[in-house]
Design a protein around this ligand. Structure first.
Ligand code: CA
Length: 261
């Protein structure tokens, strides 16, 4: 009998080049998975990559932990006993410490529709089981990447290297660093790419479709609602009042633009 973890491959040919540096030390990941062997395997490989991994086997425990402690990443299985992954994700996004944490969903192939729902609910990425652990580690890093040595395999969307300014927000693509006034704020890779794209084209309207093409680059299972979710999260990080945005503006019926300030 083949056990589930025996399907996990650690030698994916798709493992991106240039990812040899370890993850930043001290990054904390919460691994939520009821299948013990997958949970331990994921935690082990994250820890080998320099992460501190905290593991739980059910949704209630996950939610409690994520609300009490800061994490840099949540690896969330969709099919959990009790509170399922989507319910956990929705609850996480609603309040407190977990509202902005990057979430990587783990799904089974039969859960395709849940995957779409997951991305709409605010997950940042997903992996379908069986997945390669190196791919998981690569995705985990990509979701929290900020250092200048790191690079998305597909590169930032435009104008790599030029520092962009939007009101009191400075966006430095070389360091993948964003400051609001004097204060550094942490953006996920995709939040950064979207903000940078808009900020380097002040006043230019981008449709949701165009943003999907530029920021998500042909990924499947994303919809225009993913754009709205991402914009909301960016606003929470950079706008003085996210409910009355002055930097990333909605263009009704079309999409978004950066204020021409
Ligand atoms: Ca499961």
């Amino acid at each position: 009998v083949k056990k589930p973890w025996q399907d996990l491959r650690s030698d994916d040919p798709g493992y991106p080049e240039g990812m040899a540096d370890a993850a930043e030390p001290g990054l904390r990941a919460l691994v939520v998975e009821d299948e013990r062997h997958i949970r331990e395997l994921v935690a082990l490989h994250l820890e080998l990559d320099g992460w501190k991994a905290v593991t739980v086997g059910d949704g209630e425990a996950a939610l409690k932990l994520a609300r009490e402690q800061p994490f840099d990443l949540v690896v969330l299985d969709l099919m959990l006993p009790g509170l399922d992954g989507l319910t956990v994700l929705r609850a996480l996004r609603r309040d407190g410490l977990g509202a902005d944490v990057p979430v990587l969903l783990l799904t089974a192939r039969r859960e395709e529709s849940d995957k779409v729902l997951g991305l709409e609910t605010g997950a940042d990425d997903y992996l379908t089981k069986p997945f390669g652990v190196r791919e998981l580690v690569a995705r985990a890093r990509a979701l929290t990447r900020r250092s200048r040595h790191s690079q998305r395999t597909d590169g930032p969307p435009v104008d790599a290297g030029r520092v962009a300014r939007l009101g009191n927000v400075t966006i430095d693509p070389a360091r993948r660093r964003v400051t609001v006034g004097d204060e550094a704020v942490e953006l996920t890779g995709r939040e950064f790419d979207l903000l940078y794209l808009l900020a380097t084209h002040p006043g230019i309207v981008f449709s949701r479709e165009a943003l999907l093409a530029r920021v998500w680059k042909g990924e499947t299972f994303v919809t225009e609602r993913n754009v709205d979710t991402l914009v909301k999260r960016i606003r929470r990080k950079i706008e003085r009042d996210p409910a009355e945005p002055t930097l990333v503006l909605t263009v009704w019926g079309t999409g978004y633009k950066a204020a021409d300030v």
